[in-house]
Design a protein around this ligand. Structure first.
Ligand code: S3P
Length: 442
């Protein structure tokens, strides 16, 4: 038996990425398909569902809330929607594992139910800030008790009458926005959320797709409670946040030529493409089309010589999950890359500023952590042992770094790669990465 913490990757240096690959389904859209499909009337048929631990935690939670869900089987899920008032009290606390999206969105959705619930998570999730949803939900009339530190477990009291509020978010967070919109489905009056910068809008798109009336203006969204959602078919595109590892890997590894198929290119998610292109990457979007209310395309990436840039702060929320691998791109670029305005990275699955700076320095790169970002000087990557701190995106970012390293890179604590990218090792191997592992990510 391999203990969770002892799953390791060993990646041999060099190689290139070629061929065509389809990375797993979008994590954000997968969560929302289960949540909104459960609250809809009638069946929601999903294809392309991410069978990773995070979205499976959401799926299991809704089964515990009394929803019949078929699958997942090869990305297909059938959700027998119970309507807005059809959820049932779970017999036990809902364990959401590593998934911040599950916890923050479900806090809003469960605040409006007739029954009590308790939400728990693993050690990483139990250290992440929940006040950002508890505080505005409390203003809506919710009764949610976090720990004294403002973290999970969250005790959510049922039977509260929620009322709509007009909320200007202090941080640009799609999770906070979505949590309030889901609570707003149960609130009297109008719930409005204003964001300081654009964040992913998958909740809004899916609500509209399910026939829910919604008002959207620049930087602001409003809805009124009490309308019905109707079940629909949802074709979930490949996750651009998973494709990002390959966009960087193929950019930095000489001789690479790779096509990433059917990737979601919602403009609130494509910051990674913009940033890499500004650094000199060769990425072309081909076959643009629509799937399930979301824009998709095939991403054609060839190796290129990258140069350092000052990353424009307006791109930060649009690439928020891609900075671990973008720091690897910066390490392989000529000159200096400067990121500012990204303090949110400190409260993700790990402190992604500190953990990435430590790892890059282990490999011989000059990387200086700042309170809200990093300064990276491009250079030669050596070899070494990296601690991913159980953060899936840190583990995969350093796996890609091996393509340009002088020696082997060993990466510790990699089991959580399964939260967002089951099958990463197999897919990366087929594309050309020389990666081995001793754990559960074949
Ligand atoms: C997500 C929003 C982002 C992102 C997370 C998924 C979502 O979090 O980092 O991986 O699905 O809404 P924040 O809203 O905290 O920025």
């Amino acid at each position: 038996m391999t203990d969770k913490n002892t799953t390791r990757f060993r990646v041999a240096p060099g190689g290139k990425l070629t061929g065509r690959v389809r990375v797993p389904g979008d994590k954000s859209i997968s969560h929302r398909s289960i949540m909104l499909g459960s609250l809809a009337e009638g069946m929601t048929e999903v294809s392309g569902f991410l069978e990773g631990e995070d979205s499976l935690a959401t799926l299991a939670a809704f089964r515990s809330l009394g929803v019949t869900i078929e699958g997942p089987e090869q990305g297909r899920v059938g959700i027998h929607g119970v309507g807005l008032r059809g959820l049932a009290a779970p017999g036990q606390a809902l364990d959401l594992g590593n998934s911040g999206t599950s916890m923050r969105l479900m806090a809003g959705l469960l605040a409006g139910q007739a029954f009590d619930t308790t939400l728990t998570g693993d050690a990483s999730l139990s250290g992440r800030p929940m006040k950002r949803v508890v505080e505005p939900l409390t203003r809506m009339g919710a009764h949610i008790t976090p720990t004294e530190a403002g973290t999970a477990p969250l005790l959510i009291k049922g039977g509260m009458q929620l009322r709509g509020i007009d909320y200007a978010m202090p941080v640009a967070s799609a999770q906070v926005k979505s949590s309030l919109l889901l609570a707003g489905l149960y609130a009297s009056g109008r719930t409005c959320v204003t964001e300081p910068a654009p964040t992913r809008d998958h909740t809004e798109r899916m609500l509209v797709g399910m026939g829910y009336p919604l008002r959207r203006e620049a930087g602001r969204v409003c809805l009124e409670g009490g309308h019905a959602l109707r079940g629909i078919s949802i074709d979930i595109p490949a996750d651009i946040s998973s494709a990002a590892f390959f966009l960087v890997g193929a950019s930095i590894a000489p001789g690479s030529d790779l096509i990433l198929e059917h990737v979601g290119i919602n403009p609130t998610r494509t910051g990674v493409i913009d940033i890499l292109q500004r650094m000199g990457a060769s990425i072309r979007i081909e076959n643009r089309r629509e799937a399930g209310g979301e824009p998709v395309g095939d991403l054609h990436v060839r190796s290129a010589s990258l140069h350092g840039i000052d990353i424009p702060s307006e791109l930060v929320p649009l690439a928020i999950d891609e900075f671990p691998v973008l720091f690897v791109a910066a390490a392989c670029a000529s000159g200096r890359t400067v990121l500012t305005g990204a303090q949110e990275l400190r409260v993700k699955e790990s402190d992604r500023i500190q953990v990435m700076a430590d790892g890059l320095r282990t490999l011989g790169i000059s990387a200086t952590a700042t309170p809200d970002g990093m300064i990276v000087e491009g250079g030669a990557l050596g070899s070494g042992m990296i601690d991913s701190h159980g953060d899936h995106r840190i583990a995969m970012a350093f796996a890609m770094a091996a393509l340009r390293a002088e020696g082997t890179i060993d990466i510790l604590d990699c089991a959580n790669v399964n939260t967002s990218f089951p099958g990463f090792v197999g897919l990366a191997t087929r594309a050309g990465l020389q990666i081995g592992h001793n754990g559960r990510n074949g």
